[in-house]
Design a protein around this ligand. Structure first.
Ligand SMILES: *Cc1c(COP(=O)(O)O)cnc(C)c1O
Length: 393
């Protein structure tokens, strides 16, 4: 067979993948795997990365998901973690040592930024330079002799700004610098950073890969050597493994990833076009709109757009902002995103707890900014809900 398409990869685990012809694999809910004799133990430990010894390392329920995620992302290998943050912290640690320098973009996921600022910087003397990341020259200027990592998130959190992945990967490779991308927004369906030369791709599987708002998990995908190194160090030693049952739920979720993403995209575009024209909206950030400042770059490096967007209300009157935020009926209030249910969140609530007013404004975020995740409900119903909410302010 020629190249297998993503729908098929998501649906199949390979012919006769599971014992006794089970169409869905069982959950291997066990902590250890027994071996035959002395020589078998000896041989098994020679290839710890690929063999089943103990569930803090490998487990068949986890392995089947890792293989599927590696395939659909065009990576050689993948490792699942107990959360997206576990995948992020392990990956960054695998690329840096004491005294190194990291280049990153301003609007990375909040807790990832806290990890750099409140942990790596004070504890290990890691320096960080923040750039907007919209111009390749910014990267060139930010690189120092001790830069060991460029950490990307494209589209980034809240403002959804993009970085040119191919150009950054090329620059980094020429200088021997590792690249990591948080690819959660696009999902493996709409963006394939490894094909563009990025070293490690991370997803919070708590978002689209899980998609049902019932699992917290993360994954790192990359070349076999990088993932094997990560396995024996930051994965096995820190121990942030995923439970077999949660991996099994992810396998269930992956079956529908492509059709869910197509639906999120379709509804999100419809909602974004409605908001773009609404007189009470000052600004909307959604890479799928032709008016998005980096629309051309998005089209070049992504094959579609997911369901998360942000917009700014025209008013800066906090009472009115709260009236809108509290007044929707289909959009539920909550953090996280990427599930079947539509959600609304006001980034200002979190950022103002962490940052000074000046820092907050420097992030390009305002009090009236709203982040919405478009779920799998009818787009028509979602628009009606937003329209009614906007009419109250
Ligand atoms: C949620 C999220 C994470 C963290 O994932 P968890 O599974 O919650 O630890 C990382 N990056 C982005 C962009 C996210 O939205």
């Amino acid at each position: 067979m020629k190249k297998t398409n993503i729908e098929t990869l998501l649906s199949h685990d390979g012919k006769k993948a599971h014992s006794k012809g089970a169409v869905v694999p069982p959950i291997y809910q066990n902590s250890l795997f027994t071996m035959k004799d002395w020589d078998d133990v000896d041989k098994t430990f020679d290839d710890r990365v690929n063999n089943y010894i103990y569930t803090r390392g490998n487990n068949p329920s986890v392995r089947v998901v890792e293989e599927k995620l590696a395939k659909i992302s065009r990576g050689e290998s993948a490792k699942l973690f107990g959360s997206g943050m576990a995948a992020i912290s392990a990956s960054i640690l695998s690329c840096i040592k004491k005294g190194d320098h990291i280049v990153t973009v301003k609007n990375i996921y909040g807790p990832a930024n806290s990890l750099l600022q409140k942990y790596f910087k004070p504890k290990f003397g890691i320096e960080v330079t923040y750039i907007t990341g919209t111009d390749i020259n910014e990267f060139k200027e930010a690189i120092q002799p001790n830069t060991s990592l460029i950490y990307l998130e494209s589209p980034s959190s809240v403002v959804l700004s993009l970085q040119d992945l191919e150009a950054v990967a090329k620059l980094a490779k020429a200088k021997g610098i590792k690249t990591i991308i948080d690819n959660t927004w696009a999902s493996p369906v709409f963006q394939k950073p490894l094909s563009l030369g990025i070293d490690l791709e991370i997803h919070s599987c708590s978002k689209y890969i899980g998609g049902h708002s019932d699992v917290v998990a993360g994954v790192v995908i990359g070349g076999e050597k990088d993932i094997n190194d990560l396995f024996t160090k930051e994965f096995e030693l820190f121990g942030a493994k995923i439970a077999p049952f949660e991996a099994w739920l992810l396998l269930r979720s992956l079956r529908t990833l492509k059709i869910r993403m197509d639906q999120h995209q379709k509804s999100a575009l419809t909602v974004a076009r409605f908001l773009e024209k609404h007189p009470k909206i000052a600004k909307i950030n959604y890479p799928g709109l032709e008016s998005f400042p980096q629309y051309e770059l998005g089209k070049k490096q992504m094959t579609g757009y997911s369901g998360l967007m942000s917009f700014q209300l025209k008013t800066d009157d906090l009472d009115k902002i709260k009236t809108f935020f509290n007044g929707l009926s289909l959009f539920q209030i909550g953090v996280s995103w990427g599930g079947h249910e539509s959600l609304i969140y006001a980034p200002a609530i979190s950022y103002l707890k962490e940052l000074s007013k000046e820092q907050f404004e420097g992030m390009g975020i305002s009090l009236g900014d709203m982040r919405i995740s478009i779920g799998l409900e009818s787009a028509e119903d979602l628009i009606e809900d937003l329209d009614l909410g906007l009419s109250k302010i």
